[in-house]
Design a protein around this ligand. Structure first.
Ligand code: ADP
Length: 177
């Protein structure tokens, strides 16, 4: 039987941390579905299509990974796809609390889907999509943090729209005072 796993996320945008989790999952499972969700609780910077395209480009070198659009409940989505293992990346204790709640909730929904956690590599443990967006807004070099196409896409967006980050992270000096 084919062993399949799902790596879900918003991927707004995909970072080297995400790619690392996906590729390490692909080394263990026969097929990995990277599922890009429109998270209604999040104010996304990039539209779903662009996020999917960037994930596709970032994992194109891994033959057993496919990228799909997520729809509705994660566990339902996995079940429809015949997947019963969900892999989530863990960076810190702060991730754990949220992920623990999600995993328990998904179990409570009564689905035979297991959530497994994969530790972030130390060199990626600080990386988040929010951080990348905030840095890109200020024109900082994010070349070590994201695939080249993501860097180009965010740079393009900054030049054309000057669009501010949706991250809420404050890395820059404020206006007050
Ligand atoms: P969500 O919006 O569902 O939190 P994200 O796209 O932010 O989705 O993250 C998707 C998954 O990737 C989550 O399991 C998250 O913990 C994990 N992840 C995010 N950044 C990293 C990283 N730098 N290293 C390892 N895992 C990560």
């Amino acid at each position: 039987m084919e062993r399949k796993a799902m790596c879900p996320g918003s991927f707004d945008p995909v970072t080297n941390g995400h790619v690392d989790i996906i590729s390490r999952t692909a080394a263990i499972f026969d097929e990995v579905v990277a599922t890009v969700f429109a998270n209604p609780n999040k104010d996304h910077l990039l539209p779903l299509d662009e996020r999917m395209e960037l994930v596709e480009g970032a994992v194109a070198h891994i033959p057993n990974v496919v990228v799909e659009r997520g729809d509705g409940l994660l566990v339902e989505c996995a079940r429809r796809r015949g997947i019963n293992v969900i892999i989530k990346g863990l960076r810190a204790v702060s991730d754990f609390e949220y992920e623990f709640q999600m995993a328990q909730t998904n179990r409570a929904l009564g689905n035979a889907v297991e959530t497994l956690f994969m530790m972030a590599r130390p060199e990626h443990a600080y990386l988040s999509s929010s951080l990348v967006k905030e840095l890109a807004t200020h024109g900082a070099d994010i070349g070590e943090m994201v695939p080249p196409a993501v860097q180009r896409a965010l740079e393009e967006r900054r030049k054309t729209t000057g669009e501010p980050s949706a991250s809420g992270i404050q890395l820059s000096g404020g206006d007050e005072g």
